[in-house]
Every structure is written in structure tokens, then in C-alpha cells.
Design a protein. Structure first.
Lengths: 646, 168
């Protein structure tokens, strides 16, 4: 059953491998996936550990419900101290890897040390082998996967791999499985590279018994019907995540030319409908693909129609790809975006960070802060598609002064470039923001400022804030499983009540990241989607574990607090621009220039923003400095640390 | 009059590769999640993005039935399926060898062969396949349905060609 999936401690330096059970008591406290990973990271690393050194610990996990009869529970989570931010590193991806790991008997891998030479782990039916990867070192992400399958003579093996970017210790290198299921944020591929770990391959044929199979099956059917009946998922299943692009760009929520504009104009070529045409022309009318056990099928399969890689098969592009390689560098053409998508997938790089870094460099170049000498002669203007494509390869290979500089991540790069370059950098905690523009949406601004892994939309974004839902509907969502009778506003430009929404979403996302559920099956894009009440049932039917909705909420608060404690240990200071919960001054000083009438002219009010952070801290049980109060720790059972129960 | 039976109809081009069918198949039959026990399998060429569901075709003149030395496999006309009688099965796996579709499986841990039984008339793979890559349909006019789809494509081609001719 799911509860007997194990945890393996693997030391790559010594080759020592220990396998342990996960006590039910630990499940009740941390559930699994990201939640349990946070606990493990906190307890298995020391303060100030070198992220690229052997003492950093890399966690790879599936959620508690992974590979059970619960819909869309395929997410793989990877965690370590990040070399990009020097703080919490955490990333999450779809595909088919985590279920295979679970069928092979494991939910969590805790990997420390550094292999003597390029290696990969092969995990199969309770066994773990460290194998030579010298022949596959240097290969692209997909070539690596096919080579491992060939070597193991098993086409069903699922691999989590790094590409050349991870090998070259690009600080924002991704881990990837399949064609494009990537965990890009915080550069976990760089940590794998630093450990000489090219891949983790899994193949499992072990039963996961379902505690109450009839109920699990019926409940799953209900879940699926609920998700499939929503317009948002139907659209997503047709156009993929780019559908968000069309809507967001039209009202002015997309950053163009790095952070100069909040709308990308004349961008018909990268509208979702046009990308859909390309997929239809190259792969036929049924070109959407899905992750394991998911009926949303939000990934498009396509072949590159033109350009240097014409004819190559790829998947996506995603909403974020359009921003990273379309709007931010102002390269509004499908061929460019698809070429960039292909390159970052093959090299194993975070698309958001790569696109943002190059766009930032473009802004610096146009302002004369970066010289043509520093760009090695590249005319790094906005809208120069060739320069954008060239820079991706240069960053991956750390080629030239600028390629090498940008590969180190935004804060080190700003130090090296100097001349006020940091001033224009739209980052939080050392990680660039995605291409969304939060100046007109205080709730979303609060989300990116306070997210535990640096500027990020998938930790606590109340995306439904943009739907202008009636207040009673908001209240129904946000006052369960814990009561809330404070203010809530349907207006997305308001500041009132937003901290509670961010707090609620933070716990919602932690819960699903710990269960292994995809966020598209939660109150992220769909207001009517499954919730804490549903998860309590789905956990019971599949695993037999009895948790109330409130218990799940408490686990989420506990795990979020541990992530907070980890970041505080690594230097989080509330108002520090490099390590704090603070936004770049551009949010407060530069008003939105484009978009809907209610958006033009909007910027974040700094005083109100600070009051929002205060309020969020109160909800989270933190003091004014953002440190958990003693009573909060006591309530969560975290008063004595480190506890080393696992 | 011949009783009209229902069959599993697979439109592989519609498959999104999610493998939910494999999951629900094993939960239904074995009360576990484990694709190695699934009667339906999604065969993938991931590098090309091609996914093909493979399941028992319940052949009229089934090689597994013909090949079974213990006469453990028989065709049940009422249910429209080929069945295994585990009392008679000697576990020789001849059926696995002769099945032209690779739809007979041998579960190593149980030491027994398994095949699709159409869930006694309510196939779970069909019930859970929202995109209808797998359907449970009456055999009447099976060809006509395909023909209609082909005709639609011809019609579109014709129209496109017409536009081109006009443009000349």
C-alpha cells in the first residue's frame, strides 16, 4: 500500500544506501512529497551548508497519493538548498516518474555526497544501484533518457535527468523527465550536476494496494467529472496553459521588455490559437497529451515547423514559455518561442529564469550598462530573436563573458556587471520573477514577495482573485477548513483581505504538493475544484489514513513553517532586497503603462504592501520580523528542533 | 436473429497517453494500482509522441483459443469475449506467445495469465476515458462510422483543392 512506500538514504561518496520505512506518525505530521521533503531538508543539512558541496542533500519524492487511484497525482518533487538563491530550493514536475518510483517501492530519496565520476541511480523493485554514466554525460535531456532505456533494455524505465546545463552548474538548470516535464525553479539540476548525478532511473512492478478500491474508483470518477465539467480545464485541455496568456495579456498582466511594459502588443503570432494551429498541422487534430492518470491533457505535442531545429518533436510551449521568450525579450514570433522552448528542454534549463536573465541583460544593454564588448559583439537589443537564441546556448555552455556571468544567477551577475544593474532586477530572494506583472494585483504581488522559494507564482498565488467572484463565493472557498470572518474583496486591485487569500493558497498548495496532486486540480485556476474536504476522503479511500480537512490544513501550516525556518536559518531578513520578503522598487515607482482602464497607472502602494505583509505574518503566526512565534512552534509541535525522527 | 455484441473500439490517435485506463483496470480487477497487471496497455514511442492503447480484440477465431493445449480458453458468445478458465489453465503461456496483439499477459508474481474480460459489460477503461480513445460500441455499422470520418476528410480536402483551383 501507499503507506509502506519507503525512504532511501543514498550517499554518493561512499556508496552507502539505507532503506527505512516511513512511520505513520510522520505521515500524519508531514504527509509526504514536498511537506516531508521540507522536514528532511531541515534536519539533514546544517546552517550555511555549501549548496554545491557534498553535504547538501537532494530530495526526490512522490506524494502520498502518487500512483494510487486518485486523479492527477503524478507530481515529482525535488528539494535541496538552492545554489541560485542560497535558500530553499524546491521544484515540482509532472510526467510519469513519481508513480514509477512508487511502484519501485519508494516515495522519498535522500541523496547526499558526490559521486567520484558521472553516475546515475537505477531504482527497481526495492533495489537501488549506482551505475556509470560516463557514456551519457554531455547528452541532452531526451538523449540521456533514451540511452538509459537502451542500456537497461527496458523502454518502460522512467528517468529524471539533467542536461548539459546541469553538468555545467548553470545555477538555474532544471531536472526533467519525458520530453518537457521540467522542474526548473531554483535550479535543482545544478545540485544534481554538482553531485555528478546525471539521472535517476526508475522501474517498478510492485503492487500498491488500495485501502477501499470500490470507493476510490467511484470517488475518482466524481473528481474527474467535477474537473472536466469546468470551462477552465476544458480550455486548458484544448489550448494548453497558453490559454492563460491570451487572457492575461489582454488586461495588462504580462511583462514586456523585461519590466518596461505590462502588455505585449502585436503578438498574434504567439497567441494560443496560432500555436494550436502549428500543433494541429504537425501532429494532427488530437495533439494534446497528458501526465499520468490525468484527464486534463494540457500539453500540446508538436513539431517545430521552421527554424534551425525544424522537424524536431517537442511538447508545450507553456504559458511561462510565451512570457520568457516572447514578451520579456520582445521577440513575438512563434518560431523563436518554439526554438527557445526546444533548446531549454534539451539543455535542461529553467525557461523562466533563462528568459528573464536574457531580457534583463537586454534592458541593461539598451541602457548602456552592458557594453558590446561584454556581450562578445552580440547586438543584445530587445526584439533581436537571433541574439536571444544565441544567448540560451551561451548560458548553457557558460560561453563568453556574458554567458558565464548570467549562468551564475541574477544576484552574482548583478555584482559582476555592477553599475546599478541590481536596481532594475525584478527578483525576490535571488530568483527572477516569471513574466507576470503584479503591479495591478496586490494579492499576486504579496504572493511573489513572500513565496518560500523566491519570486514565484506556484507557492501561494490566489489566481482566482482575477475572476472578480462575488464575495459570498470567495467566503465559501476561503473560510474552510478554518473559519475566516475578516474582509474579502472581489476587486483584484484592492489590498483588503488579500493576505488571508495568500495564506489560504499557501496552505492549499503545500497540501497538494505533499499529496502529489497537480495544482490544476485545486483552487488555482478553477474556483469549483476539489478542496481540503475532498482530499480527506481521497486519502482515506486510497490509503486508509484518517485525516480530517483540518488535519491536512495543520500539516500544510507545519510544513510551510519548516520552509520558513529553513530560509531564516539561511539568512532570510524581512526587508532585505536579496534575501527578504521585499519587492524591487520598480513595483512601487513605475506605474503600469498599458492594459485595461483600471490597470493603467497602477503601481503597488508601498505602505499598504507593508501592512499586507504584517497581516500575512499574523495569519502565519510570525512576529513582525517574520520569525515564527514560540507559541506557533509549540502549536505545530516544532518547539524542539532538530528532531531527527527520520 | 444474431445477437448484436459490443466490442472495445480503440481510436489510438485520440489517446493522450495518460494511462488512467491501466490504473483503473488494475484497481477494478486486483484492488491494487500496478500497470503490470493491466489488461489494457498504452504502448508509447515517446520520442515521436505516439501513444497506442493495446487490449484484447476478443477475436472471432482467436489464436489463443486455438493454441491452448488445455482448452482453458473459450469464446463466450453471449458476453462477446474470450475467457480463461483458471481451473483448466496449466500456465504454459502459449496464449501469450500466439496473441498477435500482445494482449495476453503473464503476471510473474501470481504465476498466471490475464486478459481483458470487458469488466463483465462495463469496461472501466471506457468509463474513465474522457477523450473516448477507448469506446464500447455495438458492432453494427462499425465500418460505416470509420467511413464517415474518412468521408469528412475527403470533403475537406476537396474543398481546399477547390479553393486552390479558384485561386489559379
Amino acid at each position: 500500500m501507499a503507506l509502506n512506500r519507503k525512504i532511501a538514504y543514498i550517499d554518493l561518496t561512499t556508496g552507502d544506501i539505507q532503506v527505512k520505512p516511513i512511520p505513520v506518525e510522520m505521515r500524519k505530521q508531514f504527509i509526504g512529497g514536498r511537506g516531508l521533503d521540507a522536514y528532511l531538508l531541515y534536519n539533514h543539512t546544517k546552517k550555511g551548508v555549501d549548496p554545491l558541496g557534498p553535504d547538501n542533500v537532494l530530495m526526490i519524492s512522490g506524494g502520498l497519493l502518487t500512483a494510487t487511484c486518485a486523479s492527477a497525482t503524478t507530481r515529482t518533487h525535488v528539494m535541496a538548498k538552492s545554489a541560485l538563491t542560497g535558500m530553499l530550493g524546491s521544484t515540482n514536475m509532472g510526467g510519469f516518474f513519481a508513480p514509477e518510483l512508487a511502484w519501485a517501492g519508494f516515495h522519498h530519496l535522500v541523496i547526499r555526497g558526490k559521486a567520484e565520476k558521472p553516475s546515475y541511480l537505477f531504482i527497481h523493485d526495492g533495489e537501488i544501484e549506482l551505475r556509470d554514466a560516463e557514456n551519457i554525460w554531455g547528452k541532452s535531456t531526451t538523449e540521456t533518457q533514451w540511452a538509459i532505456r537502451e542500456e537497461l533494455s527496458d523502454p518502460e524505465v522512467k528517468c529524471l535527468v539533467i542536461g548539459p546545463a546541469g553538468e555545467n552548474l548553470v545555477r538555474f538548470a532544471s531536472v526533467l523527465t519525458g520530453i518537457k516535464d521540467s522542474g526548473g525553479r531554483t535550479g535543482m539540476g545544478c545540485i544534481m550536476g554538482s553531485k555528478n548525478l546525471k539521472a535517476v532511473a526508475a522501474r517498478g512492478t510492485m503492487d500498491i494496494s488500495i485501502a477501499h478500491p470500490e470507493e476510490a474508483l467511484e470517488f475518482n470518477k466524481r473528481f474527474i467529472d467535477q474537473i472536466s465539467s469546468s470551462k477552465v480545464n476544458q480550455t486548458q485541455g484544448t489550448l494548453g496553459t497558453p490559454f492563460i496568456w491570451g487572457a492575461t495579456n489582454s488586461w495588462g498582466g504580462v511583462r514586456a521588455r523585461y519590466f518596461q511594459y505590462n502588455q505585449c502588443e502585436y503578438a498574434d503570432d504567439i497567441e494560443p490559437e496560432h500555436l494550436d494551429e502549428i500543433a494541429t498541422e504537425t501532429m494532427g487534430p488530437y495533439h494534446m497529451a497528458a501526465c499520468f492518470g490525468c484527464q486534463v491533457h494540457c500539453r500540446a505535442r508538436y513539431k517545430l515547423p521552421s527554424g534551425p531545429h525544424a522537424g524536431k518533436f517537442d511538447e508545450g510551449p507553456e504559458y511561462t514559455t510565451l512570457g520568457a521568450f516572447g514578451a520579456m525579450p520582445d521577440c513575438r514570433n512563434a518560431e523563436t518561442v518554439l526554438t527557445c522552448n526546444y533548446l531549454v528542454n534539451q539543455y535542461g534549463m529553467d525557461n523562466l529564469e533563462t528568459g528573464a536573465m536574457i531580457s534583463w541583460a537586454m534592458e541593461l544593454f539598451e541602457r548602456g550598462i552592458l557594453t558590446k564588448e561584454q556581450t562578445d559583439g552580440i547586438d543584445l537589443r530587445f526584439g533581436n530573436d537571433e541574439a536571444l537564441i544565441e544567448m540560451i546556448t551561451r548560458i548553457c555552455n557558460r560561453q563568453g563573458w556574458l554567458g558565464d556571468t548570467l549562468a551564475d544567477g541574477c544576484i552574482p551577475a548583478s555584482k559582476k556587471i555592477g553599475k546599478n544593474s541590481f536596481d532594475s532586477l525584478v527578483q525576490v530572494k535571488g530568483m527572477n520573477n516569471l513574466h507576470s506583472d503584479e503591479r495591478a494585483t496586490p494579492a499576486l504581488a504579496l504572493n511573489v514577495a513572500t513565496a518560500s522559494r523566491g519570486s514565484d507564482h506556484l507557492r501561494s498565488r490566489p489566481a482566482i482573485d482575477l475572476y472578480h467572484l462575488p464575495e459570498p463565493v470567495l467566503r465559501k472557498i476561503y473560510s474552510s477548513p478554518v473559519p475566516y470572518d475578516g474582509p474579502l474583496s472581489s476587486e483584484h486591485t484592492e489590498y483588503e483581505g488579500k493576505p488571508w487569500q495568500v495564506f489560504w493558497q499557501e496552505n492549499c498548495y503545500m497540501a497538494v504538493d505533499s499529496l502529489g496532486i497537480c495544482k490544476y486540480h485545486t483552487v488555482f485556476l478553477g474556483a469549483t475544484h476539489p478542496n481540503f474536504e475532498d482530499w480527506a476522503k481521497v486519502i482515506y479511500y486510497n490509503t486508509g489514513l484518517e485525516l480530517t480537512p483540518r488535519d491536512i490544513w495543520d500539516v500544510a501550516v507545519r510544513c510551510n513553517t519548516i520552509e520558513r525556518l529553513f530560509n531564516l536559518r539561511e539568512g532570510l531578513t524581512r526587508n532585505d532586497l536579496k534575501k527578504g520578503d521585499m519587492l524591487n522598487h520598480r513595483y512601487f515607482d513605475e506605474p503600469c503603462l498599458r492594459g485595461a482602464p483600471g490597470v493603467v497607472g497602477k503601481k503597488i502602494d508601498k505602505d499598504k504592501f507593508i501592512r499586507m505583509v504584517d497581516e500575512l505574518y499574523e495569519h502565519k503566526g510570525l512576529d513582525k520580523e517574520g520569525v515564527p512565534k514560540p507559541e506557533t512552534l509549540k502549536k505545530l509541535g516544532l518547539e524542539s528542533e532538530p528532531s531527527h525522527r527520520l | 436473429m444474431q445477437k448484436n455484441i459490443k466490442i472495445l473500439k480503440i481510436d489510438y490517435e485520440k489517446c493522450t497517453g495518460c494511462r488512467l485506463c491501466e490504473l483503473v483496470c488494475t484497481v477494478k480487477h486486483d484492488r491494487v494500482s500496478n500497470p503490470i497487471r493491466s489488461r489494457i496497455r498504452i504502448i508509447k514511442w515517446e520520442s515521436e509522441g505516439v501513444y497506442v492503447p493495446i487490449s484484447c480484440q476478443q477475436c472471432e477465431d482467436a489464436p489463443c483459443v486455438l493454441g491452448c493445449p488445455a482448452k482453458a480458453l473459450t469464446r463466450n458468445e453471449d458476453m462477446g469475449r474470450v475467457e480463461v478458465d483458471y481451473e483448466k489453465c496449466i500456465g504454459c503461456r502459449t496464449c501469450v506467445s500466439v496473441c498477435p496483439f500482445g494482449a495476453m499477459h503473464f503476471v510473474a508474481s501470481d504465476r498466471k495469465v490475464i486478459k481483458c474480460d470487458l469488466c463483465d459489460g462495463d469496461p472501466q477503461c471506457v468509463r474513465f476515458c474522457e477523450i473516448e480513445a477507448v469506446r464500447f460500441v455495438e458492432t453494427t455499422d462499425l465500418g460505416l462510422q470509420k467511413g464517415r470520418e474518412a468521408a469528412r476528410r475527403l470533403q475537406i480536402a476537396e474543398r481546399k483543392a477547390g479553393t486552390l483551383l479558384e485561386a489559379q
